[in-house]
Design a protein around this ligand. Structure first.
Ligand code: ADP
Length: 305
């Protein structure tokens, strides 16, 4: 058995060892943090380089000798696409409503409360889908007519994006946990239009999730530098066929590789309009069966926040 003096010496030696280990750990932690910071800076620099390239390479519309002929032809194509999309996209919810209503009317006494609830839920869901589509068409026509103006307010960026992601996941539980982002680090507040910004995020994220496989992650990155907000949404899904890239922002245009995935071809038209209203730029890079990355650059108004 050791005497108190020996015990104190042993404890002091142990304490010294712990202190040295602590110093080592602090050093390692500092190094890892520096590495992470460096990786993040490199990633942002990489994104910026690609972004410049991407925005410069945005497709420009073809120039035709006779503008009247172009306008006429474009209107005809738009009309045909609109009729096709609306009739196609309305047929499914209308059929659901009709079947559910018929079932409720004809089998009232035979349906149990759960079955009745299911019919009402189907009617509600289908109606909401149709209302959303009509609202989107209306919004675009109002925007085209110059009736929509940006309304700027202070936006805490990190919170705002997290809330948008949560809302998207609430409406589509099957997409839960697929969005990867480093938003908690984003403590910046900006002045912008929250409605337009939310539309941009929601439509770009929805597309990234919809046009990739359920097990594939979707990345969202935001940076604020030199009075510019950059939003970057990247997926590893279907990709956009080369032949379709020039008209991907046109109303009701859908690429031929979408298969049975639902959609109206209005989302990107809305995003483009929102970006225009905020005097920004949009571009994308895509590779078939490898994925797509959309990038938005928005100038920020200087305000004391
Ligand atoms: P939709 O309602 O069809 O998704 P959008 O206007 O949002 O309409 O997109 C137009 C078309 O652009 C889509 O139908 C799809 O063909 C293509 N697209 C948009 N985003 C992506 C993406 N992330 N990956 C692959 N294709 C995409």
């Amino acid at each position: 058995m050791s005497n108190p003096h020996q015990q104190i010496v042993r404890l002091q030696a142990q304490l010294r060892r712990e202190q040295l280990r602590n110093q080592e750990l602090t050093h390692e932690l500092k190094q890892s943090r520096q590495q992470l910071e460096q990786q993040r800076a490199e990633f942002i620099a990489q994104i910026n380089t690609q972004l410049e390239h991407l925005l410069d390479a945005a497709p420009t519309p073809e120039v035709n000798a006779d503008p009247l002929v172009t306008t006429q032809a474009a209107l005809e194509t738009l009309k045909a696409r609109m009729i096709r999309t609306i009739s196609h996209e309305y047929r499914t919810p209308l059929t659901i409503i009709s079947l559910a209503a018929k079932s409720l009317a004809q089998n009232t006494s035979r349906l149990n409360p759960q079955q009745r609830h299911q019919c009402f839920a189907q009617i509600q869901q289908a109606t909401q889908y149709m209302i959303k589509m009509v609202n989107e068409v209306l919004w675009i026509s109002q925007a085209e007519a110059g009736e929509i103006m940006p309304h700027l307010s202070k936006i805490p960026l990190g919170d705002f994006c997290n809330r948008t992601i949560k809302e998207l996941e609430r409406l589509n539980p099957q997409w839960h946990d697929r969005i990867q982002s480093d938003l908690p680090a984003l403590a910046t507040s900006i002045y912008n239009d929250p409605f337009l910004l939310q539309h941009i995020l929601l439509h770009l994220l929805t597309n990234a999730l919809k046009y990739s496989e359920p097990e594939q992650a979707v990345e969202l990155y935001l940076t604020v530098e030199r009075q510019t907000l950059q939003i970057w949404v990247r997926d590893h899904g279907l990709g956009i066929p080369e032949a379709e890239r020039a008209c991907i922002y046109d109303c009701f245009h859908r690429a031929e590789n979408v298969g049975t995935r639902p959609g109206t071809g209005l989302g990107l038209a809305i995003v483009k309009k929102c970006v225009e209203l905020l005097e920004g730029k949009i571009g994308f890079q895509s590779q078939l069966d490898q994925g797509t990355a959309f990038c938005v650059q928005l100038p920020l108004v200087k305000q004391s926040i």
